[in-house]
Design a protein around this ligand. Structure first.
Ligand SMILES: NC(=O)N[C@@H](CC(=O)O)C(=O)O
Ligand SMILES: [Zn+2]
Ligand SMILES: [Zn+2]
Length: 434
């Protein structure tokens, strides 16, 4: 049994205590120890004075690199990074080696996640065999496997062929699943290295035009509307995509969308140093895109935050810009970036943080026991955040094997003190409990 003392639920109202019994929130009230728990021995007390309690975060977009690139991240190290970031569930993208395009691989990832036990690891199934975009993978077999796959994505690649995309949407509709699309028209991004605009031109980097993203999002929204299937748009990066999403939602399309922490904070101004730590797909965009993305998230046109946590080995990052792989770490810095870019400027309150980091992603993925309200009878799957403390990001100190963070040296607000998964403390005072 556990007693969490002195937290403010969703950062609202007076501080309360939360009694956790058998993995469930058993009681919530002021000064529980004085009354109901008086005779109870064996109570572990968590002093959370001044902290904010939120439902555990859910990341719809994580690259765990196992199997295949265990030199950069494993299910164990990625799970630790996730728990430290306040996450209780993550969706592991399918672009592993071998690709997670069949039941054997997704069951392996699922089982390994359970063994580690720090967060619920849900494998994402590939949409097409080998992410090649040519032939649908066995979506049904993955859905019926132990891993119970409901989110399918070729992330890293776009499902570019409109006919394959349409079939995939029809198929996943029947499975009650969702396609998460990496929206990038490949014909418009051949050799692309940076956001197409003034800065890329000045730096001599080939451009990745906003329209390469927006045209695919528009096309897929039309296909989703026509098929009645659910579409999720990965890592939205442009103001134009927000316009398309707003239009599609207004006409009743079942579309949801995520934005990454880095697209909420960083711009292509970063590229001036040619440091590949800033190379990511889709690329960092402009100040006005960043502002529009923040407002769209606050408003709900963009539904949630997803990290696109993408660990890479030093040899794939500490090299010349054009040779470097795109992607950056995200799990341990996501909350702080959301606090910095949305809570502090007053665009989102803590209730809103719970919505965009926990409730919405759980709903999009169809998870019944994540993103639940903090209420009696609900699973004790939650995170306790110190809202006023600050910390300095050091890539080498993060739990990931790789260290490629663009936030190196930044001092950020919001510190995760405790993470709890169904009553089990996975992080205590910022340390993983394995
Ligand atoms: N975001 C990235 O820049 N890279 C991702 C792939 C992806 O999300 O498209 C990766 O797997 O490294
Ligand atoms: Zn992607
Ligand atoms: Zn990704």
């Amino acid at each position: 049994m556990m007693l969490i003392k002195g937290v403010r639920l969703y950062g609202e109202g007076d501080p309360v205590d939360i009694l956790v019994r058998d993995g469930v929130i058993a009681e919530i009230g002021p000064w529980l120890d004085a009354a109901s728990t008086q005779e109870i021995t064996d109570v572990e007390v968590i002093d959370a004075d001044g902290q904010v309690a939120l439902p555990g975060f859910v990341d719809l977009h994580t690259h765990l690199r196992e199997p295949g690139r265990e030199d950069t991240e494993t299910i164990a190290t990625g799970s630790a990074a996730a728990a430290l970031g306040g996450y209780t569930a993550v969706f592991a993208m399918a672009n592993t080696d071998p690709v997670a395009d069949n039941a054997v691989i997704v069951e392996h990832v699922w089982r390994r996640g359970r063994e580690v036990g720090l967060v619920d690891v849900h494998p994402v199934g590939a949409v097409t065999v080998g992410l090649k975009g040519e032939k649908l993978a066995e979506l049904g077999t993955m859905a019926r496997s132990q891993a119970d796959v409901r989110v399918f994505s070729d992330d890293g690649h776009c499902v570019a062929d409109p006919l394959i995309m349409r079939r995939a949407l029809e198929y996943t509709k029947a499975l009650d699943g969702v396609i998460a699309q990496h929206a990038e028209e490949p014909r418009l991004t051949v050799n692309a290295q940076a956001h197409e605009g003034e800065r890329a031109a000045r730096l001599g980097l080939a451009g990745w035009p906003a329209a390469a993203e927006e045209s695919i999002v528009a096309r897929d929204c039309l296909l989703a509307k026509q098929t009645g299937a659910r579409l999720h748009v990965c890592h939205v990066s442009t103001a134009g995509t927000v316009d398309v999403l707003r239009w599609a939602k207004e006409r009743g399309t079942k579309v949801s969308a995520e934005v990454t922490p880095h697209h909420l904070l960083l711009t292509d101004e970063r590229l001036a140093t040619y440091d590949p730590v800033n190379k990511v797909n889709p690329p960092l965009r402009t100040e006005s895109d960043v502002q529009v993305l923040r407002e769209a998230l606050a408003e709900g046109v963009v539904d949630c935050v997803a990290t696109d946590h993408a660990p890479h080995a030093p040899q794939d990052k500490d090299c010349e810009w054009s040779a470097a792989r795109p992607g950056m770490l995200g799990l341990q810095t996501a909350l702080s970036i959301v606090v910095e870019t949305l809570v502090r400027p007053g665009l989102l309150d803590w209730r809103g943080v719970a919505r965009v980091m926990s409730e919405k992603p759980a709903e999009i993925a169809g998870l019944p026991d994540q993103g639940r309200p903090l209420a009696v009878g609900e699973p004790a799957t939650l995170v306790l955040v110190d809202p006023t403390a600050r910390w300095t990001v050091r890539g080498a100190e993060l739990a990931s094997i790789a260290g490629n963070t663009p936030f190196e040296g930044m001092e950020l607000p919001g510190v995760v003190r405790t993470t709890m998964l169904r009553g089990r403390v996975t992080v205590s005072e910022g340390k993983v409990q394995s």
